[in-house]
Design a protein around this ligand. Structure first.
Ligand SMILES: Cc1ncc(COP(=O)(O)O)c(C=O)c1O
Length: 358
C-alpha cells in the first residue's frame, strides 16, 4: 500500500480519481471528454454551477459573497488582492507568519500599495502563530492579511484575529479542512492543489460589497468585479480542473461535510503529534497551540539519519515526506484525502526506523 504525503500537488480522494477515470472518455453519455467540451455548453454549465453550489453548501457561503474559479494559482491572488481591495491611499497590514505571507506582502509593496508587514516570526523559525493585539495593527487599515495555514512550517491560526477588521486570508493549504465563519472575511482565496483539485486552479470567495469599487484600471483577468459579473467565464476557465473540484466537493458532502472532515482531521493529526511528543527519537518543533492539522512537520533528534529515513520511507511506500527545502527535516501533509490508515502506517514506520537506529 502506498500513501502520498506530498504537500501539493497532493493526494486526492481515490473515489474521485476513479470517477474521473471512468468518465474520462465519455462524460455522462455525451460521447466526449469534459476536457473537450465548450465551457459555454450545457454539460460544463452544469459542472461549474454544481461546483459552486456545493462549495457554498460546504462552507455555508451566503449570497453576500461571490465565488470565482480562477486560473493562475494562489500566487496570482497575491497581486490581485491589493489591486482590487485597496483604493487610493488605503492601507493594509500583512501578518508575516511564513514565506507565503511574505511573498504576498512583497508583491503588494512592489506594486506600489501602502502595506506593512507586521509580527514577523522569522526569529522563531516560523514555529509560532503570534497573538495579534489591536495595538499591533495600524488604525484605519482596509484589511488584515493572514496565511491561515503555513504549509512549509506546519503552523496555523487556531483562532482568527477578531478586532472587527476585515480579514483577507490565503487558505490554500486548509480550505475545506475545518469549519470557518465566512462572514468574518472580506476575501478568502486558495490554490486548489491541496484539498480541492489540480494545481493551477484557485478558488476566490469575495464579499460583494468589495466589488465594483476600484476606479483604477486593473488587468482584465485580475479584475474581481469583472470575473464575478461573468461568473468565472469571462475567458475560458480551466475546465477539467473545475470538473475535478466538483467531484471533490461531492466527495466532501458524502463524507458528511466540513464538520465531519474536521473531526477526522483533528483525530489524524492528534495521533501523529502525540506519537511525536512522546518520542525521544523524533520531535515536532511547532508550538503546540500553533500546530497545523494539515502539515505535520517533524525532525529527528539525530539529523545525520535524515537521508536514510527518506530512502527507507520511500521503499515502505510512504511518499513525499521530505520537509520543504527552507525548513529541512520531514513533513507529513495529511489533507482531507489522507485516510487514518495512512497515519497508522506512518507511525508504524517511525517506530520501526527508531528500533533499527537507536
Ligand atoms: C499557503 C500557500 N499560499 C500560496 C501558495 C502558492 O500557490 P501556487 O503555487 O498555486 O501559486 C502555496 C503553495 O503551496 C501555499 O501553500
Amino acid at each position: 500500500m502506498t500513501y502520498n504525503f506530498n504537500a501539493g500537488p497532493a493526494m486526492l480522494p481515490k473515489e474521485v480519481m476513479e470517477i474521473a477515470k471512468n468518465e474520462f472518455l465519455d462524460y455522462q453519455n455525451s460521447g466526449i471528454s469534459v476536457m473537450e467540451m465548450s465551457h459555454r455548453g450545457v454539460h460544463f454549465d452544469e459542472v461549474i454551477k454544481t461546483a459552486e453550489s456545493d462549495l457554498r453548501k460546504l462552507l455555508n457561503i451566503s449570497d453576500n459573497y461571490s465565488v470565482i474559479f480562477y486560473s493562475g494559482g494562489a500566487t496570482l491572488q497575491f497581486s490581485a488582492v491589493p489591486m482590487n481591495l485597496l483604493l487610493e491611499n488605503e492601507k493594509a497590514d500583512y501578518v508575516l507568519t511564513g514565506v507565503w505571507a511574505k511573498k504576498s506582502f512583497e508583491e503588494a509593496k512592489k506594486l506600489g500599495y501602502k502595506v506593512r508587514g507586521i509580527l514577523d516570526q522569522k526569529e522563531n523559525n516560523y514555529t509560532v502563530i503570534p497573538e495579534i493585539k489591536k495595538s499591533d495593527i495600524e488604525e484605519g487599515i482596509k484589511y488584515l492579511y493572514i496565511t491561515s495555514n503555513n504549509t512549509l512550517y506546519g503552523s496555523r491560526y487556531k483562532n482568527f484575529p477578531d478586532h472587527g477588521i476585515p480579514l483577507v486570508a490565503d487558505m490554500t493549504s486548509e480550505l475545506l479542512s475545518r469549519e470557518i465563519n465566512i462572514n468574518s472575511f472580506a476575501c478568502i482565496f486558495a490554490g486548489a492543489q491541496k484539498n480541492i483539485g489540480p494545481s493551477g486552479l484557485s478558488i476566490l470567495i469575495i464579499k460583494n460589497s468589495y466589488l465594483n469599487k476600484q476606479t483604477k484600471p486593473i488587468p482584465v483577468l485580475l479584475d474581481y468585479s469583472l470575473m464575478a459579473k461573468n461568473k468565472s467565464l469571462y475567458n475560458t476557465p480551466p475546465t477539467f480542473s473545475v470538473y475535478i473540484a466538483k467531484l471533490v466537493f461531492e466527495w466532501c458532502l458524502k463524507k458528511g461535510g466540513v464538520g465531519e472532515l474536521e473531526k477526522l482531521n483533528e483525530e489524524k493529526a492528534n495521533l501523529l503529534y502525540s506519537f511525536l511528543d512522546k518520542s525521544e527519537f523524533y520531535f515536532a518543533p511547532v508550538e503546540k497551540n500553533s500546530r497545523s492539522s494539515m502539515n505535520v512537520v517533524f525532525l529527528l533528534k539525530n539529523n545525520s539519519l535524515e537521508k536514510n529515513f527518506l530512502e527507507e520511507a520511500e521503499l515502505a511506500g510512504l511518499h513525499g515526506l521530505a520537509g520543504h527545502r527552507d525548513v529541512g527535516g520531514f513533513r507529513a501533509s495529511i489533507y482531507n484525502a489522507m485516510p487514518k490508515e495512512g497515519i497508522e502506517s506512518l507511525i508504524n514506520f517511525l517506530e520501526d526506523f527508531k528500533k533499527k537506529n537507536s
